[in-house]
Design a protein around this ligand. Structure first.
Ligand code: IPE
Ligand code: IPE
Ligand code: MG
Length: 248
């Protein structure tokens, strides 16, 4: 396996897990087999991120827009989520992983929501990786929800409009915390599909053609290596500009 400098790993990795259906179709299987295999990939990647000491792994598991899919596929995904949450508890505990979630969680069917709450409670004391599942998640909806929370505070007289700043918005997102350093998308699509719109402002983006069910440790390490080679500038300059360009 690649030698990875722990100092150059992202603190927070976010992944758009795409291509389950395409992977399955290519194997001559039904789309849902791709989702099943994708769940196995989640275990593999979570365990590796926990072992490498990442602070957070945020996985786009189901978008606010995915409710547009055929009923049968949604039903399959929600049942798979429930099974996954039950099945993965021992692995989460073994690896000191804390499970959390972002999104409009009240949209989830009762049984999936109940198992999610149980897993979150069970793992709440774990101090290792924060595995954050984005479920019924939309980046715009998240910003709308934060705006409503702020508007309520202004209406109640606890805040003035001018008190609203980046920090107060960030604090009202579903889960305040470090922004993703690296955003990975599998299956080749060059778009963010409404994922973490606020938080990815300065994330490094890495897109691979590998579909999520075939994304493995080699692929993950390739993404880490690409990230290690990036220069993050945040709008500033890394090296001082040549004297001829400096303003006097
Ligand atoms: C990602 O795979 C899983 C979800 C969005 C739930 P897709 O189901 O989007 O797979 P493709 O993009 O159709 O191949
Ligand atoms: C993004 O994938 C959502 C998840 C990975 C959960 P989609 O397959 O829904 O995205 P689009 O439709 O290709 O933009
Ligand atoms: Mg897709």
């Amino acid at each position: 396996m690649t030698d990875l400098d722990p100092a150059k790993l992202p603190r927070h990795l976010a992944i758009i897990m795409d291509g389950n259906g395409r992977w399955a179709q290519r194997q001559g299987l039904v789309r849902t087999s791709g989702h099943e295999r994708g769940a196995d990939t989640i275990r593999l990647i979570t365990t590796e991120c926990a072992k490498r000491g990442l602070e957070q792994l945020t996985l786009y598991a189901f978008s606010a827009e995915n409710w547009k899919r055929p009923r049968a596929e949604i039903q399959f995904l929600m049942r798979l989520l429930k099974k996954f949450l039950i099945r993965e508890r021992p692995t989460l505990m073994e690896n000191d992983v804390r499970l959390t979630a972002i999104g409009r969680l009240d949209d989830l069917p009762g049984p999936a929501r109940a198992e999610l709450d149980r897993s979150m409670q069970l793992t709440a004391g774990n101090g290792g990786l924060n595995l954050c599942l984005a479920l019924s998640y939309g980046g715009r909806a998240e910003i709308v929800d934060a705006a409503r929370a702020l508007a309520r505070e202004v209406a109640a007289g606890r805040m003035r409009p001018d008190d609203i700043d980046e920090e107060s918005i960030a604090q009202r997102l579903y889960q305040p915390g470090p922004d993703p350093d690296l955003l990975v998308r599998t299956a080749g699509e060059m778009r963010v599909s409404n994922f973490l719109l606020w938080q990815v402002s300065y994330a490094e983006i890495y897109v691979t053609d590998a579909c999520w069910p075939e994304f493995d440790l080699v692929e993950l390490h390739k993404a880490f290596a690409a990230y290690a080679g990036r220069t993050r500038k945040y709008g500033g300059l890394v090296d001082p500009a040549p004297a001829s360009l400096q303003r006097r």
